[in-house]
Design a protein around this ligand. Structure first.
Ligand SMILES: Cc1ncc(C[n+]2csc(CCOP(=O)(O)OP(=O)(O)O)c2C)c(N)n1
Length: 291
């Protein structure tokens, strides 16, 4: 493995490298600082990235996937993902991310919360907007704090109507920020993925610890999102299918006031859904790239 530069933010690569345990993991960086977060780098070169890449040009002994293979992969993966957004099917955490990416306006901005929201947008969004959409996330003090406030500031700074995709725990964590929205000059469309707890933890081994998982990791809160919307004088919608979601989202986009769109979900179904879809995407990749 030849690695140019520093850390890759998404953790998939680091996870894969831990699993693959490459015999040679060579890192090329332009600075002398040590870089081997998983202690698996075997060779380190302090060198110009451009000059190294140039010097290595044409030295590959195995062919790279061709552009055609790559295009086939993206086309087939997109087809698989389009199956997730069929109009009368139930809205899910995955389809919400994809539908927002398809229906967000070119004049809008996007804010994505930790924890599954940013991953779902990263994995399942359709990239339709050639000029891009101003998009931000907030790592915050430790992750899910202050997301509503930051999204409000981001919207205000850009002067753009902004869509926020957020989980219920992050939403509740910054609930008082809803009082800001009445005085914003631009509206937010807050799409709350309400799986009654931290959905991300179902993906971790700790989910098997039945005695402590719900209380200390999932932390379901049972609060009413619709009553929160009412308390702060915000529009509210609760679509149950993909087409209902698109209709509610379009209505929210046209409104000068902020709207909360709640999507009720289940952590168990969400886990299963991700596993099945990702297995199908991996099968497409395996077929195309491994012969
Ligand atoms: C301030 C803060 N407290 C706790 C955590 C640990 N944490 C990471 S993800 C998460 C749950 C987030 O739940 P939710 O916002 O509903 O999103 P989901 O996991 O369902 O996508 C928690 C508590 C954190 N990152 N930041």
């Amino acid at each position: 493995v030849l690695h140019f530069g520093g850390n890759v933010v998404a953790k998939h690569l680091a996870t894969a490298l831990r699993e693959w345990q490459p015999t040679h993991y060579i890192v090329v960086r332009e600075e002398p600082m040590r870089f081997s977060p998983d202690h698996n780098v075997t060779h380190r070169f302090e060198a110009s990235i451009a000059a190294t890449a140039h010097a290595l040009h044409n030295y590959r002994s195995t062919p790279l996937p061709t552009d055609t293979q790559r295009l086939h992969f993206f086309a087939q993966a997109a087809q698989e993902l389009e199956g997730e957004v069929v109009a009368d099917q139930p809205i899910t955490e995955i389809s919400a991310a994809r539908l927002i990416s398809r229906h967000i306006g070119t004049e809008q901005a996007l804010f994505v919360s930790n924890s599954m929201a940013v991953r779902d947008m990263d994995m399942y969004a359709a990239s339709l907007h050639e000029a891009g959409i101003p998009t931000a996330i907030n790592r915050g003090a430790s992750g899910i704090d202050g997301i509503l406030s930051t999204a409000a500031g981001f919207a205000c700074g850009h002067g753009k109507s902004t869509t926020l995709l957020i989980g219920d725990i992050a939403f509740l964590h910054d609930l008082n920020a809803l009082s800001l929205l009445g005085s914003l000059t631009v509206p937010l469309q807050i799409v709350v993925l309400n799986n009654n707890g931290g959905g991300i933890f179902s993906f971790l081994p700790v989910a098997a610890c039945d005695d402590l998982f719900e209380t200390y990791f999932a932390t379901p809160q049972h609060y009413s999102i619709s009553l929160a919307a009412e308390t702060f004088g915000l529009h509210y919608a609760n679509p149950t299918t993909n087409s209902e979601f698109v209709a509610a989202y379009h209505q929210a986009q046209q409104s000068p006031q902020s709207t909360i769109i709640e999507i009720k979900s289940s952590r168990t179904n969400n886990l299963q859904h991700h596993r099945l879809l990702n297995a199908r995407l991996q099968a497409i990749a395996a077929k195309l790239f491994n012969g």
